[in-house]
Design a protein around this ligand. Structure first.
Ligand code: MIG
Length: 823
């Protein structure tokens, strides 16, 4: 690599270029040289500039670069080695242009500058090196170490494309989708190629998903780079050369978005503005889910469902893994095990249990099977370059695979869910969509794809196959469910996958290391734009003991997606499988999940509407604190709760870092000062959990499933602070898209305390009216004797302080201002 770069540098000298081209041609024409040409070509001197609206073109005479102002904080860069850009189509980015207030192009002595009110993109004349500068601070956020370069791909056509940037001193990197290993990516190299990674290990790479987006943080300021390229791609964060960060891919266009911060949170939020946020999920999907490979026959499924109810352990969904099908044929039922699925699903629903079923991409080659027949007749299955069908073995045996990059195929596939939806299936689980094939791992490179009319081989379509399958599932269900919110879960995906549903981290293992790894994976997914993520609680393969399982349930309580799952060759694994004291502790935490559900739902809304992630790694909460670049256990759950799982066997306490400000210990209500590490007790019955002072945390009574009870009041836990703090509380129907027509209720609370008073203000937005009438206040940490309470100047006479010092009273849900006085 180093050698090649040296070679490349020579080329920068324009004089040399003809020589190099001739050398390359000779090299290619020499039959002895069936090696790839080792010549990389670099952009050279900027020779020509053109403007077209928000797009600016710079050329060195042959290669062309497009700089497009996407918003005040986002600029896109594209490279066309021979001056012709590829079609501007992306599965990740539905709409490129956002709102820009102003932009301009200026010519300076040694560079051109494309600027917005916030950032400037500089293109250096002499060598085409591109840099991004924040206007206000003049800080150079990101800067090419070498001009963009490429290498002809003789085997497939097109180019290998490369960008190499300076790795700033003390710069750290985050994101990049699903990688195992530490949260901070500095010093490592990665590859993106969706892979079925059964029992993956620490630092194993690649895994199931591809999200070529990272956040860089240096001198306390952050920016992001989203390399929107679906081919196999690579990222090197100062591994090969401590001073360089590079990304490259096996084909496609060198196209990336520079996304400005300076807060890490801004970077992630703006990345979501480019690739979209997750739609509101059905509320029940935020409950607890129970899964196993596989629960069958029907009797077993019902027994498990009833097992939850008889033990009073809340649960909203039960999963049917591949064995519910007839010979693993998708969209069929094994009639021996499930003689009347509709009836079973209804009976499950009667006790509040939703049914989620698995659907895989591999379709059994079988002329008596209607799905295969339809796919064959309509030419919906993938073909090889020489026109043979793409065939591979998966669960059903010999299979063909729908080309989900074809909009017609997506439409067809989406419609295939009709019968399942009519039977009452509430959600769909898409597995094996890397795509995974037994033996060879995945499709061969030469498989052709429609790519929404833009055509491509599997090299280009591989990493998006899973997302397009999931999209087809999501869109299909949305139609069939008559605009009720679908619940979908996928294993594979590409950037933007969050627009179509949730994800789990794949086949993990029942070890303490995997518990730690899973915690990091979900945080990393959150920083990569995928909020609704969870791990297989308990570990998919291997056997957890009661302690590990319970610690996993505890962590899972604060994973956006909470599901226990296990492989078929393991012992049964329900929350009660390990006996006491574990069953009771598991129940207590699952109940906590349901108590905090209105909070989680509100945080989900903040994600959907404003682009904030649900999980917030410490570096996101406090990026100015250098040590947070390396912290990966503690995380924010929304902006009001801080979680720190116990990740070590036998541990009954641990050190926890609390960000600056004041925090209440959730269990003891002890008030702690942040900004340092604290020693926190956490026997197996508990885990370190903190609430920000000033927070209003809405709470529901424990329910066995979402919507079990009609509420006549909602509890508001208010944590006293002697400064001002805002909180959100979002409610709506919970399962329709009416929120898109403003039919929701978004409440904002402002809490302000001092030594004598506490004020709680409420404002409401949206057109939805909640059905309950009262708030039941639980005020924690009031430092004075309460003498009087008013709601909108009306006296509230009934109140009391309990033994623990918490103040209780009720008020109308419609209050504007509540005042609590000491005199
Ligand atoms: O080849 O459907 O990751 O969750 O239980 C294994 C059976 C296929 C892999 C999934 C796992 C699921 C399993 N599947």
């Amino acid at each position: 690599m180093e050698e090649i770069n040296e070679k490349g540098k020579e080329i920068i000298d324009k004089e040399n270029i003809q020589e190099i081209v001739e050398e390359t041609i000779q090299h290619l024409n020499n039959p002895v040289n069936d090696l790839k040409p080792i010549v990389k070509r670099y952009l050279s001197v900027v020779a020509k500039v053109q403007t077209e609206g928000n797009k600016f073109y710079f050329s060195d005479g042959e290669a062309k670069v497009e700089i497009r102002v996407v918003s005040d904080e986002i600029i896109r860069v594209r490279l066309a080695p021979h001056g012709v850009f590829l079609a501007d189509f992306s599965y990740a980015v539905p709409v490129v242009d956002q709102k820009v207030t102003a932009f301009q192009l200026e010519e300076k002595e040694d560079h051109y500058a494309v600027s917005t009110p916030v950032i400037t993109c500089k293109i250096r004349k002499i060598d085409f090196c591109i840099s991004f500068v924040e206007n206000l601070s003049q800080q150079v956020m990101s800067e090419d170490a070498e001009p963009m370069h490429w290498e002809e791909n003789v085997d497939f056509g097109g180019y290998y494309v490369f960008a190499t940037k300076k790795c700033m001193p003390e710069e750290n990197f985050f994101g990049l989708g699903d990688k195992s290993g530490n949260l901070n990516l500095r010093g490592r190299r990665f590859q993106n190629w969706n892979t079925d990674a059964y029992s993956f290990g620490w630092n194993q790479d690649p895994l199931y998903r591809t999200i070529p987006f990272y956040t860089g943080l240096h001198q306390q300021a952050a920016y992001g780079i989203f390399f929107d390229n679906t081919f196999r791609s690579y990222f090197d964060f100062g591994k090969e050369d401590y001073n360089k960060t590079s990304f490259w891919s096996d084909g496609g266009e060198l196209q990336y978005y520079y996304i400005h911060g300076p807060h890490v949170m801004d970077v992630v939020k703006r990345y979501q503005s480019v690739t979209g946020t997750h739609p509101m999920p059905p509320k029940w999907a935020l409950g607890f889910h129970q899964c196993r490979w596989s629960y069958y026959p029907e009797k077993k499924v019902k027994e498990i469902a009833e097992g939850f109810r008889s033990r009073n352990i809340p649960c909203d969904a039960i999963y049917l893994d591949i064995d519910y099908m007839d010979g693993y044929r998708c969209f069929t039922w094994n009639k021996t095990h499930f003689p009347d699925p509709k009836k079973m699903i209804k009976e499950l629903l009667d006790i509040g249990m939703k049914t989620v079923v698995m659907i895989d991409p591999g379709i059994k080659v079988d002329d008596d099977y209607w799905v295969f027949k339809e796919g064959k007749e309509n030419n919906f299955f993938c073909r090889r370059s020489d026109d043979y069908y793409m065939e591979g073995h998966v669960w059903p045996g010999r299979c063909q695979f729908p080309d989900f990059t074809n909009p017609k195929v997506r439409e067809w596939w989406g419609g295939l869910y009709k019968e399942l939806v009519e039977m009452g299936v509430a959600g769909v689980w898409n597995d094996m969509n890397e795509p995974a094939v037994f033996g060879s791992g995945t499709f061969p490179n030469d498989v052709r794809h429609n790519f929404d009319g833009f055509r491509g081989s599997h090299r280009k379509a591989h990493n998006v196959y899973g997302t397009q399958m999931m999209r087809s599932t999501y869109d299909g269900l949305k139609k069939l469910m008559r605009n009720k919110r679908p619940f979908t879960i996928t294993r594979a995906g590409y950037a933007g996958m969050q627009r179509y549903g949730s994800v789990w981290t794949g086949d993990n293992v029942a070890t303490w290391e995997h518990l730690k790894m899973g915690n990091i994976q979900c945080q990393r997914m959150a920083m990569s734009g995928v909020p609704f993520c969870g791990t297989d609680i308990g570990g998919f393969s291997g056997e957890p003991d009661g302690e590990l399982f319970t610690r996993w349930i505890q962590l899972g309580t604060f994973a956006p997606f909470m599901r226990a799952h296990s492989a078929g060759d393991t012992a049964e694994r329900e929350p009660w499988s390990f006996g006491e004291p574990f069953t009771s502790i598991n129940r207590k935490f699952i109940e906590l999940r349901y108590r905090l559900l209105p909070y989680l739902y509100s945080v989900f809304w903040e994600h959907h509407r404003y682009g904030f992630p649900i999980l917030r790694p410490m570096v996101m909460l406090e990026q100015e604190e250098m040590s947070n670049n390396y912290r990966e256990d503690e995380f924010g759950y929304g902006d009001k709760i801080l979680v720190c799982p116990i990740l070590e066997q036998g541990a009954i306490s641990r050190m926890v870092y609390l960000p600056k400000g004041q925090w209440y210990n959730f269990w003891t209500h002890e008030l702690l000062d942040g900004g340092s590490e604290q020693h926190i007790e956490a026997s197996i019955e508990t885990m370190p959990l903190f609430v920000k002072a000033g927070a209003v945390i809405p709470e529901y009574p424990v329910m066995q499933y979402v919507g079990e009870k009609t509420l006549d009041e909602v509890m508001l836990n208010v944590y006293f602070a002697d400064y001002e703090v805002k909180s959100f509380f979002f409610e709506d129907h919970g399962d329709t898209f009416a929120y898109e027509q403003d039919i929701y209720s978004e409440k904002k609370f402002i809490v302000k305390g001092d030594t004598k008073t506490l004020l709680i203000e409420q404002t409401t937005e949206g057109l939805y009216t909640v059905t309950y009438e009262l708030y039941n206040f639980n005020i924690i940490g009031i430092p004075f004797n309460v003498k009087r309470i008013t709601a909108d100047d009306q006296e509230i006479k009934e109140f009391y302080v309990d033994k623990g010092g918490d103040l209780h009273f009720k008020s109308s849900k419609n209050f504007n201002v509540i005042k609590i006085f000491t005199s």
